[in-house]
Design a protein around this ligand. Structure first.
Ligand SMILES: [Zn+2]
Length: 78
């Protein structure tokens, strides 16, 4: 006569559905990774700024950028 048993089955069902979604996301993500590696080989890196030094005076601004996919790091002066 306790409603606990019914409560238990509902979240388990939801978790199963979420796992199925997760599997799809992983497979499409790995495909994306392969495409990304190809782009890196061709020289199209996916840069994001990891540190920016804003020099006042002589040096000027220096930005350090890293490729999200292969980890290639470049430093550029702006
Ligand atoms: Zn790269």
């Amino acid at each position: 006569m306790r409603p606990r048993v019914a409560d238990r089955s509902t979240p388990a069902g939801n978790a199963g559905a979420q796992f199925a979604k997760c599997g799809e996301a992983v497979s499409s993500d790995s495909l994306h990774k392969i495409l990304g590696q190809l782009l890196c080989l061709l020289g199209f890196h996916d840069y994001h700024v990891i540190s920016g030094t804003f020099g006042f005076g002589s040096a000027g601004n220096v930005e350090k950028m890293e490729c999200r996919r292969c980890g290639y790091v470049v430093t550029r002066q702006a």
